[in-house]
Design a protein. Structure first.
Length: 332
């Protein structure tokens, strides 16, 4: 592992404020295989308190196809205003609108070409060359043309979001601290569990781990020449640990070549137990045992047809497992 001069574990109300905005706007797109407990109701309640204008502004800055608002995580870090929302908003107030947009341009859809923030044609060419969806390109261009108004909209929205969280900060920060202690206890193992390849940190001087309640089981990274900020949901560690355990279980189960052969045979078409036993020259009970092991990791399933139970391979599950094994074995 490369030498990192500084590793920070940071509880930031500013980062959490921005994550809350993204959750309120893009909650549905953030839900994976696990439904985030309590957040459905929280999102509905908070959305109901916003005016139509504020809801439209929320979509401007925290749409899941553009991430403009989340780029301010980097801005808060650069200006060292991540500890207090009040200081963060005060800094936004004095920040030139063009500087604010230089952060908005640091989305996950960048263009490789340079731009002159003072020149509209240069900025427009940069936006057009980005990989943003067309709708978001038009949005960003419009916002830039009205950058002073955009800056004010952003400040007003964040101030409103902050007031909506007024009674929740104590509990949110308490959950941050609990998560930080959990991550610290893992030491360097956390890099593997968070699937952070060493290549992503080998050139930076510091790595910042920042927990977020509203990011739940998702993660976001923001890197620069000197630092990597890794915002992670407080449930992500549990999810990643479970995934690792499932991969190890799968490797143990697939270490038996007869189970691999069962998958190969079922890949040609469904078979019932007796057929499978005959093809493999095994007893029914032995085949049943192997099928049970494969079913426990989701690679085969049983389907009743008339008076027989057939077994089918779950091709998508096999592909997903192979991808997880690949990531597990090749993490650097």
């Amino acid at each position: 592992m490369p030498q990192i001069k500084h590793m920070h574990y940071l509880s930031s109300p500013v980062f959490e404020l921005l994550a809350a905005g993204f959750r309120m706007c893009s909650h549905e797109s953030m839900i994976g295989t696990r439904k985030p407990e309590g957040l459905d109701q929280w999102v509905r309640q908070k959305r109901a308190t916003l005016s139509e204008t504020m809801q439209a502004d929320l979509d401007l800055f925290f749409n899941s196809e553009s991430f403009f608002g989340l780029t301010l995580i980097r801005m808060a870090w650069d200006y060292k205003v991540y500890h207090q929302v009040k200081a963060f908003i005060e800094k936004l107030t004095t920040l030139p609108a063009t500087t604010l947009f230089s952060y908005f341009f640091r989305t996950g859809y960048p263009s490789e070409q340079d731009y002159n923030i003072q020149n509209f044609e240069s900025v427009n060419a940069y936006i057009e060359a980005s990989t943003l969806p067309e709708k978001e390109k038009w949005k960003l261009t419009y916002l830039f043309l009205h950058k002073e108004q955009t800056k004010q909209k952003c400040i007003e929205l964040l101030s409103t979001l902050h007031s909506l969280l007024e009674d929740e900060w104590e509990d949110l920060l308490r959950q941050h601290e609990a998560s930080i202690q959990e991550v610290k206890a893992l030491g360097s193992e956390v890099m593997e569990l968070f699937s952070l390849p060493l290549s992503s940190i080998e050139s930076v001087k510091e790595v910042v781990f920042a927990p977020s309640v509203f990011y739940w089981d998702c993660s976001l990274s923001s890197d620069s020449k000197d630092s990597l900020i890794y915002l992670y949901g407080i449930k992500l560690l549990n999810v990643q640990t479970e995934k690792k355990e499932k991969v190890l279980d799968a490797l143990k189960i697939l270490s038996d070549e007869r189970r691999v052969e069962i998958i190969r045979l079922l890949n040609q078409g469904p078979l019932y137990g007796y057929e499978l036993a005959k093809k493999m020259d095994l007893s029914n009970s032995t085949v049943s045992h192997h099928l049970s092991s494969l079913a426990s990791i989701g690679l085969v399933k049983s389907v009743r047809r008339e008076n027989r139970v057939y077994f089918e391979v779950q091709k998508q599950e096999v592909e997903e497992l192979l991808e997880r094994i690949k990531k597990f074995l090749l993490i650097k």
